[in-house]
Design a binder for this molecule. Structure first.
Ligand code: GUN
Length: 293
């Protein structure tokens, strides 16, 4: 019988821990932590992500601000906004919501973010620090996956972990983190050019799916007793729902779940932990800024 890695419940618990800490620090006379987000244009998914980040920030007592910029903004103007945020001592951390419009060089913008405020952990400096095992901001989704595995005491040492997807945001960093001391997995990364992907995924004790294709992972790709982490999130039309859609992942849960020892549901698995990790990174940036231990 499979058990769920309940991201929703765990996120509520960690948010309560953060909120308590914020209450204590503000009672001592400190200002609250402040997380800002920059959003360019009107991408629907990005609007949803940023709205969720704002809501969660308020729930734990953070100040949240959103800088909404037009789709046709120039790279130079966007860099000016980043420069402003880098230099505002009342802002502890900020994110630039991706994707950016095509005329803007994403890496150029990301690397303009001060590494001390880069709570997404996307700058070259933070990625380098992470890979070296130095103190760093860890990207929110991989950090959330690590938190789920740790808090649910899932055994990882010596396990074969297969990561599907090699993005900078999820696949590449999670492969790095899970191969490290502490998790001690043996990691294989699969991607669009991998041959016989199912032969590899069937060997996985831990399967992390961040491939971005709705319900791509089917029962024949999963070993009995595997731990399955589904990072996918897709809206598909569903007339039986009031909203007109439902959320599905990269895993076909109706046939895969019964094979698993542990599995993350979608929604309510990795997603809530991603936001919580961003809050944890902001808390860390805030303490550094205010020199609080
Ligand atoms: N777009 C999709 N996920 C993310 C994320 O974690 N951070 C940012 N900045 N943009 C994203």
């Amino acid at each position: 019988m499979f058990q769920q890695l309940d991201g929703k419940a765990l996120s509520l618990q960690i948010k309560e821990e953060i909120a308590n800490e914020v209450r204590q620090l503000t009672a001592q006379g400190h200002r609250p932590p402040h997380l800002a987000a920059v959003i360019v244009g009107n991408d629907g998914a990005s609007q949803t992500y940023v709205a969720n980040k704002e809501k969660s920030s308020h729930e734990v007592g953070f100040i949240s601000s959103v800088y909404r910029l037009p789709e046709n903004i120039s790279e130079k103007e966007l860099l000016q906004t980043i420069d402003f945020l880098n230099n505002d001592n009342e802002i502890d951390g900020f994110i630039v919501q991706l994707p950016l419009p095509k005329h803007i060089n994403e890496q150029h913008i990301i690397n303009a973010i001060s590494p001390d405020k880069d709570v997404d952990g996307f700058t070259a400096i933070n990625v380098g620090r992470m890979v070296l095992g130095e103190e760093a901001f860890i990207p929110a989704t991989p950090m959330g996956i690590c938190t789920l595995l740790k808090r649910y005491n899932v055994e990882t040492a010596g396990k074969h972990c297969v990561v599907m997807g090699r993005s900078n945001i999820v696949g590449t960093p999670v492969a790095n983190l899970l191969s490290r001391k502490g998790f001690d997995c043996t990691v294989t990364i699969c991607h669009s050019k991998t041959k016989n992907m199912a032969d590899l995924t069937r060997q996985a004790d831990i399967l992390v799916v961040a491939i971005g294709k709705p319900e791509m992972v089917t029962a024949d790709m999963v070993k009995e007793g595997a731990v399955v982490i589904d990072v996918g999130i897709h809206r598909i039309p569903d007339e039986s729902k009031k909203s007109g859609y439902r959320i599905i992942g990269d895993v076909k849960h109706d046939e895969v779940d019964k094979l698993c020892s542990w599995v993350t549901p979608v929604p309510g698995g990795v997603g809530p932990l991603t936001i919580v990790s961003l809050l944890e990174n902001t808390m860390k940036a805030y303490k550094r800024q205010l020199k609080i231990k």
